[in-house]
Design a protein around this ligand. Structure first.
Ligand SMILES: Cc1ncc(COP(=O)(O)O)c(C=O)c1O
Length: 429
């Protein structure tokens, strides 16, 4: 069992509460305590049998371990530092700040982000090119609608990508061109041959395959944009989390006039904050701001001021450093588990981000069966096919496993469940 200190921290409850819950479970015989080696599930009541019992009684829906991609560890949210930043921001803000604000976002946050993104992601940004939005999802919505107003009707995307991005392209009534992805990232030669005027990419850590775009392909896509007047939408959704080598800078830094750069606080802090940002080519700033204004005027001022103060005070950097260590450790545990128990399952995309791609030994049938087993034991997972533009039954099965969402205390249990639901090695494979 996790230590009472770690569990109370993750759940945000007092340590005494955890200690009395443990005492109760000890008294009922569910747990046993060994002097000097912590608290354990009692012999004969091992974790697997609890899961079996829940599965048999159909109570598994009560037990949800979240290994779906896209959510960071919310139990690690830096509440105290955030409250300090919010308190300072609200205390300092004059009454006039409570009125309608600038649709581009507050100057404080645009300045803080211009500095932060330049320093950490190599983004070329001045505050007048930064526009704040409600998450990267709204950023993409605004970009697509504005590009449509400019006469763009075809967008190329990586052949597996974030499903909401694809839905947005559909809803904007644009044609979608899927581009293959190999170990160097997206196939730019296919983009060059297509009639797309815009390409949506995740260059730092392709979602969901996890490969970074190679230096050569970066050069190719930039040259395509410069030669054709094309536009690149760069979704830098988890660019801050890179583990084994130096971070890969944003594409935007290579051609700021041809890249719509999008980022957000969703992976670094929490998606519930709903703050994202765009760094735009100059001609797009006015059009995107005007569109934003007609939709909902602007993002909440207090949240923006709090985030600006949080970044300015260095708390964002400190949080990222801490979170990076935590996720790297989990990534290592996931890789070690597969190495030991399921070497026939491939793992890739693990140099960065909050998810890994597991390749299954078989086609979509095996993916569906694996997901069904995961549901039965209360483990939430995403199949690779969900993100494919054109899924086919013959596609290799895969799981997109997020190791961010589960709090520290239940990560070992989630990993244990994952081990149990993975398919067995296929004879002869
Ligand atoms: C690849 C990718 N892009 C963008 C987003 C959306 O982020 P936001 O919460 O900032 O709208 C996600 C969220 O899961 C994502 O996985």
């Amino acid at each position: 069992m996790p230590s009472s200190r770690s569990l109370s921290h993750d759940l945000g409850i007092s340590r005494n509460t955890v200690v009395s819950a443990y005492d109760q479970l000890l008294a009922e015989g569910w747990l046993s305590a060994r002097q000097g080696s912590g608290t354990w599930v009692a012999e004969g009541r091992a974790f697997d049998s609890v899961v079996d019992a829940l599965t048999e009684t159909g109570r598994h829906n009560d037990l949800i371990y979240d290994m779906s991609p896209g959510t960071p560890d919310l139990s690690g949210f830096p509440r105290a530092a955030w409250m300090a930043a919010a308190k300072r921001a609200i205390t300092d803000a004059p009454d006039t700040r409570l009125g309608y604000g600038d649709p581009r976002g507050t100057l404080e946050l645009r300045l803080a982000l211009a500095e932060y993104l330049g320093r950490t992601r190599g983004v070329v940004a001045s505050e007048d090119r930064v526009v704040i939005c409600s998450g990267a999802v709204q950023g993409l919505f605004l970009s697509l609608r504005t590009l449509a107003e400019f006469g763009i009707d075809t967008v190329a995307v990586e052949s597996a990508c974030f499903d909401i991005s694809r839905q947005q392209i559909d809803r904007a009534d644009m044609d979608l061109v899927p581009l293959s992805v190999d170990h160097d990232g997206v196939r730019v030669d296919q983009l060059i041959r297509s009639r797309a005027q815009v390409v949506l990419l995740t260059p730092a850590h392709q979602f969901p395959w996890g490969v970074p775009l190679s230096a050569e392909r970066r050069g190719q896509v930039i040259r395509w944009a410069q030669a054709t007047g094309g536009m690149i939408i760069e979704d830098d959704y988890d660019g801050e989390f890179r583990y084994d080598r130096r971070p890969i800078g944003a594409l935007q830094g290579l051609a700021p006039d041809h890249v719509i750069y999008q980022g957000s606080a969703s992976k670094a802090l929490a998606p519930g904050i709903r703050i994202g940002w765009m760094v735009l080519p100059e001609p797009m700033v006015k059009a995107i701001t005007a569109l934003r204004q007609t939709i909902d005027l602007h993002t909440g001022v207090f949240e923006q001021l709090a985030l600006a103060e949080f970044i300015r005070a260095g708390a964002y950097d400190r949080h990222i450093r801490k979170a990076r260590l935590r996720y790297r450790n989990r990534r290592d545990q996931l890789a070690a588990m597969l190495d030991e128990h399921a070497p026939h399952v491939g793992i890739s995309g693990i140099a960065a981000g909050l998810h890994a791609l597991l390749t299954l030994p078989g086609d979509l049938t095996i993916e569906r069966d694996t997901l069904a087993r995961a549901r039965d034991v209360g483990l939430s997972l995403a199949g690779l096919s969900r993100f494919r533009c054109e899924p086919k039954d013959s596609d290799q099965g895969g799981l997109v496993v997020g190791y961010g969402a589960t709090p520290n205390h239940s990560f070992p249990a989630a990993l244990n469940l994952l081990r149990r639901i993975l398919p067995a090695r296929v004879a002869g494979a």
